[in-house]
Each structure stands twice: as C-alpha cells, then as structure tokens.
Design a protein around this ligand. Sequence first.
Ligand code: HEM
Length: 140
Amino acid sequence: MDFLRLLHSWNRWLVLIVAIVALVYFALGLLQKRSWDKNAALLARVFPIIVNIQWLLGVLFLLQTWAQQGGVAPPIWGHALTMTIAGGIAGMTAMWRKRELPDDIRYRNHLLVVIVVLIVIFIGITLLPAFIQWRFYTGT
Ligand code: HEM
C-alpha cells in the first residue's frame, strides 16, 4: 500500500467536488446578482486550500518516488509543473479577500479562477500515464 499515492489519488476527488460546488455557487451568485455571502467567502477560502493540500501531497509523493526509484519520468515533471501553475492561480483569490469590490465583480473573478484552475488541472492529469488518470486507487 502506497499511502501518499492513496492520499494524492483520493484528495483529487475532493478537489473536484469543491471546485464544482464553487463553480455552481459563483455562477449562480453572478447570474442572480446575489450579494457576496458567508458561503461564497467560505468557498473562496476552502478552494485554494484544498488545491494546495493536493499540491503538497504531490510534492511529497514526488520526493518519495524519487527516493525509491532514483528518478522521476519526464511526463511527471510536466504534471508537477502544470499543477504548480494551477495551485498558484487558485491562490490568486487571496488578493481579493480584503479589497473593496462590487459583489458581481467578486463573483465573476472567483468564477474565472475556478474555471481556469479546473482547465489547468485537467491538462495536468492528461500528462499522467493513461491508466492512472481517472482510476479509483485502492492500494492493490
Ligand atoms: C491540483 C494538483 C494535483 C492534482 C489534481 C493531481 C492529480 C493526480 C492524480 C489523479 C494522480 C494519479 C494518482 C493515482 O495513481 O491514482 C497523480 C499522480 C501523481 N502526481 Fe499529482 N496532482 C496534483 C499535483 C501534483 C504535484 C504538484 C506533484 C509534484 C510536485 C504531483 C506529483 C504526482 C506524482 C509523482 C504522481 C504519480 C505518477 C506516477 O506514478 O506515474 N502531483 N496526480
């Protein structure tokens, strides 16, 4: 059983679920011209945190793989780099936290960040070997 792989593989589903909830909430907030509420603020906080926990798990897993195998295959570097960009973009939401912004602009900005991060994550996953891209890893 590879514990770090298990965490990295399963936390990806959590990333996806939080991203979809955030995407829907921000889109509805924008379309229905809602005020920026507690749920929106919570999602805006949780989304970059969960993406960056995944990033950290990835870094630890990469270091473990390197230590065990003496190296890492080139496509995995592509995965790591692409996901680092995704983590950086997700973190951009922090710069709007304390700034005075109209609610619709706040919803629009956060929506755009979630969409771009999701696209970058999908690209990063396509760089992995095909059989591990969308599997439910069980340790066997
Ligand atoms: C949002 C960020 C990320 C997501 C969603 C993500 C997603 C995934 C997924 C779904 C897998 C396949 C897991 C499996 O074996 O079932 C994987 C593998 C892997 N990821 Fe990530 N990852 C992210 C970030 C990173 C980062 C930042 C690194 C390294 C710095 C990294 C390193 C790896 C490595 C080394 C593998 C194993 C590849 C292999 O065994 O061939 N990941 N990742």
